[in-house]
Design a protein around this ligand. Structure first.
Ligand code: ZN
Length: 267
């Protein structure tokens, strides 16, 4: 098996995780900028984080034969402080030409607040201005449906944004259809406790087909499993999915989307 992990927060993981992912067939890992589990106190904290994502983490991944790519942004959980968000957004362009930067992400909404929405619009503007791909985080549980609608409205409103250059992540049964209908890509996240289980992901694939869909573990500092993608591939095989269909969702689809950046390649 070979696969791409298109959404993983490797700064929170150990070298054992890199080794196990490489053994399972991972060829490239992509790391969206994320909340650290605590609020950073200044723009300098983001500067150091962006250096970590673009300099240190690719070197750590390379020791295990893995290509490492990243996305840059201020996440929605830290978007209540609009002034800080403005400072971080001003900082981002100087990093965009670095060789492992794929685009702007994971932007989006968390509690669907007014400030989050404002910061989302600022970052969509940043992506449009610099011709960047966009990766979107959608809210949890009861906020997901409304948040996904709000996010799609913002993206559709900006005519510079091409839908095929946007991936909406953490879709579930009730949000996948509106994302695919908008012409965007949809990511399904495999979490042990919330988001999707392998069985639910496979149900969604059986209902909606294999086009413009990918799987990710979104492994981070919380309860999560860096091997969730290859484990789900095994479940797909058990449910009778053809090897070509499995390969499409765990490798070809993310490769096709990410290559639009002009930088992505597998190891
Ligand atoms: Zn994430």
């Amino acid at each position: 098996m070979k696969y791409i992990e298109p959404h993983a927060h490797m700064v929170s993981r150990t070298t054992d995780d890199y080794e196990r992912m490489a053994l399972a067939g991972c060829t490239a890992v992509c790391e969206p900028a994320f909340w650290a589990g605590f609020d950073r106190s200044s723009v300098d904290g983001f500067h150091d984080y962006f250096c970590q994502l673009t300099e240190h983490e690719p070197r750590r991944a390379a020791k295990f034969g893995l290509k490492h790519f990243c996305w840059l942004c201020i996440n929605s959980k830290e978007a209540e402080d609009v002034k800080l968000a403005e400072e971080v957004i001003t900082l981002i362009p100087q990093f965009l030409n670095r060789p492992n930067v794929l685009g702007i992400g994971e932007i989006g909404l968390n509690k669907n607040s007014r400030n989050e929405l404002r910061v989302l619009e600022m970052q969509v503007e940043l992506a449009a201005k610099h011709g960047q791909l966009i990766l979107v985080h959608t809210p949890h549980l009861e906020d997901k449906l409304k948040g996904t609608r709000l996010i799609l409205d913002v993206l559709k409103h900006d005519k510079r944004i091409k839908p095929e250059r946007v991936i909406i992540d953490h879709v579930e049964e009730h949000t996948v259809e509106m994302v695919l209908e908008a012409g965007m890509w949809a990511g399904m996240t495999l979490y042990p406790e919330t988001k999707c289980t392998p069985a639910r992901v496979i149900d969604i694939l059986e209902a909606y087909g294999h086009e413009r869909l990918w799987l990710n573990s979104a492994c981070d500092w919380g309860v999560s499993d860096p091997l969730a993608v290859p484990k789900t591939a095994v479940e797909m095989k058990k449910r009778g999915h053809l090897p070509s269909a499995i390969e499409q969702v765990i490798f070809s689809n993310p490769e096709k989307f990410l290559k639009q950046s002009g930088k992505f390649k597998t190891g």
